[in-house]
Write a protein that binds this ligand. Structure first.
Ligand SMILES: O=C(O)CCC(=O)C(=O)O
Ligand SMILES: [Fe+2]
Length: 277
């Protein structure tokens, strides 16, 4: 895999997203994360006497995780909190190539790695509460308006698993005002809904790229996107993190503050982002 990412800049600027197939080295960068997750699930199943097969990565990430979360949903939460502390995960997030890639996509930028903006999603079948509705990353993360979401799967993503969906070129909308809606028990960033969501989405072609471990999806902080619906029998495991630009004038105005994950209320920091009722 080359380290010259300039070929992606034009498509990214036009479409508000880009996909780089085989960006990470699966054996060296992804597999150690998967193995460590397996270990964590095995340890928690043992701790809570949950009978489930955790012998292989596939067993642990599907049967093991589902058995734990079914026995007690908060044990699933323990997995979620634990896995973002896997050193191999942090190494992938901080891979120097990620910073070089950001610079290639954002001319004259000074990249930052958003604190608290990284994690591993576990999208269990039929779990509506943590499904992200259509949103832009900016109100949910702040830091800088020209930030980029990095999204890479830990298992092959097929159609029923609900690939992340995005509206092609929707970053050209600029910042869309949002309002809060707590339907389905959603809170924080998950409760934000776009002003005039349907009208806006109808203007764009939608994409729901199927990806394999090692592939990387890059999304502009203003690109409209949502979680797909997982109608498979297993959870969808995926990594996301965000880089931003210290040199962005809005970022400097914000002093690069974060949003929900940084215990900040974006409505207080940028009241003009709140949709008028
Ligand atoms: O993977 C998903 O379901 C949503 C991802 C997302 O919103 C993000 O990575 O910013
Ligand atoms: Fe997002």
């Amino acid at each position: 895999m080359t380290n010259d990412f300039s070929q992606y800049a034009k498509g990214f600027a036009e479409n508000g997203y880009a996909i780089i197939k085989g960006y990470y080295n699966v054996a060296e960068q992804v597999e150690p994360i998967r193995q460590h997750i397996r270990w964590i699930i095995e340890a928690l199943c043992k701790k809570y006497s949950v009978a489930a097969n955790t012998e292989t990565v596939e067993d642990a990430l599907s049967e093991g995780y589902l058995a734990l979360a079914k026995a007690n949903r908060s044990w699933g939460g323990e997995v979620y909190d634990a896995v973002k502390q896997i050193p191999a995960f942090m190494q992938l997030v901080a891979d120097p190539r990620n910073e070089a890639l950001f610079k290639a996509l954002r001319a004259n930028s000074t990249p930052g790695l958003a604190a608290g903006g990284y994690g591993i999603r576990i999208d269990a079948p039929g779990e509506e509460k943590f499904r992200a509705p259509w949103h832009q990353e900016f109100p949910a993360q702040l830091r800088s308006v020209d930030g980029i979401v990095y999204w890479t799967p830990l298992i092959p993503v097929f159609q029923e698993l609900g690939p992340v969906e995005l509206a092609v070129a929707s970053h050209k909308e600029g910042i869309v005002p949002v309002k809060s809606d707590n339907t389905d028990g959603k809170t924080g960033a998950y409760a934000l809904r776009l002003d005039q969501e349907e009208e806006r989405l109808a203007r764009y072609e939608h994409a729901a790229p199927l990806t394999e471990p090692g592939d990387l999806i890059l999304m502009d902080f203003l690109t409209l996107h949502q979680s797909g619906l997982n109608s498979a029998a297993i959870p969808r495991w995926s990594i996301q993190f965000r880089y931003f630009n210290f040199a962005d004038p809005t970022g400097i105005t914000l002093s690069w503050k974060g949003s929900f994950a940084a215990q900040q209320d974006f409505a207080e920091i940028l009241p003009e982002l709140v949709a008028k009722p």
